[in-house]
Design a binder for this molecule. Structure first.
Ligand SMILES: NC(=O)c1ccc[n+]([C@@H]2O[C@H](COP(=O)([O-])OP(=O)(O)OC[C@H]3O[C@@H](n4cnc5c(N)ncnc54)[C@H](OP(=O)(O)O)[C@@H]3O)[C@@H](O)[C@H]2O)c1
Length: 245
């Protein structure tokens, strides 16, 4: 059987890195995208190679259209095919970013990358958009103020991608959304807990448990490879007022 290839955005750490490793365990060759942290991306690529799969690293800030175009072209020219696109990278909590950065990254850049990739993906390919319950269910005032621009822009990104589902399908590419509760052990969860001390424990108590990075990555990799997955997959408890990353 032909080996499938996946491009995972934001795979230098956290959920993206764990997803890349989970896909490698399931026999997929990888492109590890990152923005800045080359050494971390290389370490993830080494882990993938240690599992017997091929791995390339690709530096590209997803808000840079030229860099994204080159990343797609070099993926296709290196592997000859692109089967899976995992839209994991996300941002907006960083210090010193422009006011519209969250929207540019979490909506505009996701749509641009998905459209570019869908044009080059194999028939039967799949795009997985990774999001949080907090973004999926976002409505004004329903989240921490510091997370509101991220939640609003990720929700807008999800909706913009779902609006294009028929166009992706016409190219033989399916779309799945995977939404997670607050994920234990992530930097994002720690940043939010710093903004609202006690948040992680409160959420753990209310939800019953918090998924780990491995739990979430397992669901994302599973969604990428499943034959007939649900269109939206929820990981962790879903309820009213989920303070998640
Ligand atoms: N953390 C949670 O509790 C939680 C809960 C539910 C859903 N999620 C979702 O899971 C995904 C990953 O979250 P995470 O917490 O693992 O994220 P994270 O730790 O903040 O990692 C972000 C990754 O994205 C990359 N990145 C950031 N900005 C980028 C850009 N402009 N262009 C390209 N790459 C960029 C980073 O690369 P560098 O390291 O090179 O900067 C890094 O690899 C997100 O979609 C998030 O919404 C997270």
């Amino acid at each position: 059987m032909t080996t499938r290839t996946a491009l995972v955005t934001g795979a230098s750490r956290g959920i993206g890195a764990a997803t890349a490793v989970q896909l490698a365990r399931r026999g997929v060759d990888l492109v590890i995208n990152y923005r800045d942290k080359q050494a971390r991306a290389e370490a993830v690529a080494e882990q993938v190679r240690g599992l017997g799969r091929r791995a390339l690293t690709a530096r590209a800030d997803l808000t840079d259209a030229d860099a994204v175009g080159s990343m797609i072209e070099s993926t296709v020219s290196a592997y000859g095919r692109l089967d899976l696109l995992i839209l994991n990278a996300s941002g907006g909590l960083e210090r010193d970013v422009a006011e519209d950065y969250a929207r540019r990254l979490n909506r505009d850049a996701q749509v641009r990358l998905a459209e570019l990739a869908a044009d080059r993906m194999t028939d039967g390919g799949r795009i997985v958009f990774v999001t949080s319950h907090e973004a999926h269910f976002y409505s004004d005032g329903s989240t921490l103020p510091v997370y509101a621009p991220v939640a609003a822009s990720k929700q807008a990104g999800e909706r913009a991608l779902l609006d294009r589902e028929a166009a992706f399908a016409a190219r033989g590419v399916s779309l799945v959304v995977v939404s997670g509760d607050l994920i234990d052990g992530t930097i994002t969860a720690k940043l939010l807990d710093r903004a609202r001390p006690g948040l992680i424990e409160e959420r753990r108590d209310r939800a019953g448990y918090l998924p780990s990075i491995e739990d979430f990555a397992d669901a994302v990799a599973g969604a990428a490879l499943a034959t007939d997955p649900d269109k939206i997959i929820f990981v962790g408890t879903v309820d009213q007022g989920t303070p998640a990353g």
